[in-house]
Design a protein around this ligand. Structure first.
Ligand SMILES: O=C(O)c1cc(=O)[nH]c(=O)n1[C@@H]1O[C@H](COP(=O)(O)O)[C@@H](O)[C@H]1O
Length: 236
């Protein structure tokens, strides 16, 4: 995989014109586009695919519900022809198994490649204190490992984790388990609400498969120049 192919740019806006413009501008500059709750909730599935054009799409809706409902949501999301979809690992084993099975069945029915089904472990905006506030047993790395192993047992293709856990998960889950990593901050970008962060180059060196990068690119005065700068840093 080339450095460019590893980058999924997170387009978080409710505005379809801005999303379409960013996706067109960045087409060919990155590996794919990630669309999440903000655009999806405002504009719906048809608009999402329309905005993204033919680029590989990560549909990041982080489903977290009972198995039957998550399976149905995964089935519905496949009409956007995603390359990756995700659920929360904390939804449990039966829920993750139902998500994988729904993706398999529906992609067969639609005659499309099965998307990678990923599980979100511990959000990159949470640290050890936040985890203990919600009664989860930290430190964050331990909880990420626990959830990643459960996801792997459930037939999930990989996890969304922070850069801080990449090395641990590579050792624990092996070379083929996909590690998709948000909370990526080049040295020249603002941190914002992210807590467990790393630079793009360090994250790839640690073993990340895909990097999810939003505001450092989309919030830049020149998003194409920012994307190119990140690609150059990865290639250096
Ligand atoms: O699943 C995700 O993509 C995700 C998981 C996570 O733990 N942290 C996280 O930031 N994300 C998403 O990754 C993107 C990060 O965007 P920036 O912080 O702007 O780079 C956002 O769209 C988040 O919704």
């Amino acid at each position: 995989m080339t450095p460019k192919e590893r980058i999924y740019v997170a387009i978080d806006t409710p505005d379809i014109n801005r999303a379409t413009k960013l996706a067109r501008l960045l087409s060919g500059e990155v590996g794919g586009i990630k669309i999440g709750k903000e655009l999806f909730t405002a504009q719906g599935p048809n608009a999402v695919r329309g905005a993204v054009g033919g680029e590989p799409l990560f549909v990041d809706l982080k489903f977290h519900d009972i198995p039957n409902t998550v399976a149905g949501a995964i089935r519905s999301s496949l009409h956007m022809r995603p390359f990756m979809v995700n659920v929360h690992a904390s939804g449990g084993k039966a829920m993750m198994q139902a998500a994988v099975e729904a993706a398999r069945e529906t992609s067969e029915d639609l005659g499309i490649p099965r998307p990678l089904v990923l599980a979100v472990t511990v959000l990159t905006s949470l640290d050890d204190t936040d985890l203990s506030d919600v009664g989860q047993k930290g430190p964050a790395a331990d909880q990420v490992k626990r959830l990643a192993l459960l996801a792997q047992e459930s037939g999930i293709d990989g996890v969304v984790c922070s850069s801080r856990e990449i090395t641990l998960l590579r050792e624990t889950c092996g070379p083929d388990f996909k590690l998709v990593v948000p909370g990526i901050r080049p040295t020249w970008a603002a941190v914002g609400d992210q807590k467990r962060i790393m630079t793009p180059k360090d994250a790839v060196a640690a073993g990340a498969d895909y990097l999810v990068i939003g505001r450092p690119i989309t919030g830049a005065e020149d998003p194409v120049a920012a994307a190119r700068r990140i690609v150059e840093e990865l290639e250096a």
